[in-house]
Ligand binder design. Structure first.
Ligand code: GLC
Length: 414
């Protein structure tokens, strides 16, 4: 085979948080060695919203600059028109992945029509609470079950530790920058307060309610007290940087933050626990994790669609997903790998928090489709205004409701 086919170069763009880029390169190079082709890994911004803007630019220009894209679970509806249907190339392996993930990545399915599978699942995400076991033990605290407990615990540990000379310690770090990651955090605050999902499954704009206002008010209260003011510009890696340096008691992040915390060089190795995020106090409160995750898609404008698709097949295979779970704590999208003893030993949270992953809350993409990014953009801006003290929760939510009503034509979304 090798001698006959011409060697081609395939360009793949993956994310770059934690060990993402390194692991992407490794697996892509394994594929290149196996097939005799070459790969070029295109680095993209860390910030999911900046990455989307870049991809939209490349794709809407019909450019072949990137063959394989790492796409967020919230993007299939936005990018589908530019992506190939992968189903014919997958020889049925898509059936081994979580059906909900496959459904998320399928567009245009109707009765009798399977629709187009525009991306193959690569790893799953859910928002998690990382905490410092050693500090909670030292100060006689339990893992917080409610946001009030988290706030009080964070304050207690911070005060005591700072008084003892640990002056750089913060209570809680999370993602407060005005981007998609804030929509993920803010959705968790809302759902954990029984405040709905901004837009309900039936299309109704539900965001203006007292519990949502309380949720945002609570989060705004953290800024400058238990969270540094700089959290207003934190994405995943900024939060992880502070936590990884030993300077935070609690952190909200995705599973990828586990592997580096446990790394041989890590100052917090063996001191970290992972739990479900807290719930709001009061009726309707329940712990909530936003569902995230990433897939691999092939551009319609690729000059090497068959090879690009073969690379996707390889990258999303059980062998590569297992390697990524072991080295980078990326949650597989293949249920069978959750029965793998090695993966479970290295990442105990994957089994312990199985319910958190199963019950993770989807962002309202199914109903808003191609308008999801506008919905999210309005939501994260409203949340950011409240967090930075520029708007009162009620005012921000009233304006957000009006904008989303317009955008959805009164909740009809047609
Ligand atoms: C992670 C998640 C993705 C989410 C993003 C927000 O990349 O996989 O679903 O949109 O974080 O920052």
């Amino acid at each position: 085979m090798l001698g006959l086919a011409q060697a081609e170069s395939i360009k793949i763009s993956c994310g770059s948080v934690g060990q993402e880029l390194e692991l992407c390169k490794q697996a892509a190079e394994q594929w290149a060695r196996k097939t005799g082709h070459t790969v070029q890994v295109v680095a993209t911004p860390n910030d999911a919203s900046e990455r989307l803007a870049l991809f939209q630019q490349v794709l809407s220009a019909g450019s072949d600059k990137i063959d394989v894209f790492q796409v967020d679970v919230v993007w299939p509806g936005l990018l589908a028109a530019h992506l190939l249907d992968l189903r014919p190339f997958m020889h049925g392996v898509e059936k081994q992945h979580f059906p909900s993930f496959i459904a998320n990545n399928t567009v245009g399915a109707r009765e009798g029509k399977p629709g187009r599978l525009v991306a193959m699942p690569w790893f799953a995400n859910a928002g998690l609470l990382f905490y410092r076991k050693d500090l909670l033990d030292k100060h006689g605290l339990k893992v917080p079950l409610t946001w009030d407990e988290l706030t009080a615990g964070a304050r207690k540990v911070m005060q005591a530790e700072r008084a003892a000379g640990n002056e750089r310690l913060w209570g809680y770090v999370w993602q407060g920058r005005a981007y998609e990651g804030l929509s993920c955090n803010a959705l968790e605050w809302l759902v954990s307060h029984g405040a709905g999902t901004v837009v309900d499954a039936d299309g109704r704009v539900s965001v203006r309610n007292a519990q949502a206002a309380l949720a945002l008010k609570t989060a705004a209260g953290w800024v400058g007290t238990i969270s540094p003011t700089a959290v207003l510009n934190y994405a995943e890696e900024e939060a992880r940087g502070v936590f990884q340096a030993g300077n935070a008691v609690f952190m909200r992040n995705w599973p990828y933050a586990w592997a580096p915390a446990q790394g041989p060089e890590s100052t917090i190795r063996g001191k970290v626990g992972v739990a479900v995020l807290p719930r709001g106090s009061g009726a309707g409160g329940r712990p909530a994790a936003t569902l995230g995750g990433e897939s691999l898609a092939v551009s319609k404008y690729s000059r090497h669609p068959a090879l690009a698709t073969d690379l996707v097949l390889y990258m999303t295979s059980a062998a590569v997903q297992k390697e990524r779970a072991l080295t980078g704590s990326f949650n597989p999208t293949l249920p069978a790998l959750y029965r793998d003893a090695e993966i479970a030993r290295v990442n105990p949270f994957m089994a312990e928090l199985a319910d958190t992953f199963t019950n993770a809350v989807a962002r309202p993409t199914a109903i808003s489709g191609p308008r999801y990014n506008q919905v999210s953009n309005q939501f994260w801006n409203a949340a950011h205004e409240v967090l930075s003290g520029r708007s009162a929760p009620d005012d921000a939510l009233t304006r957000l409701e009006a904008t989303l009503q317009r955008l959805s034509r009164g909740g009809k979304w047609n």
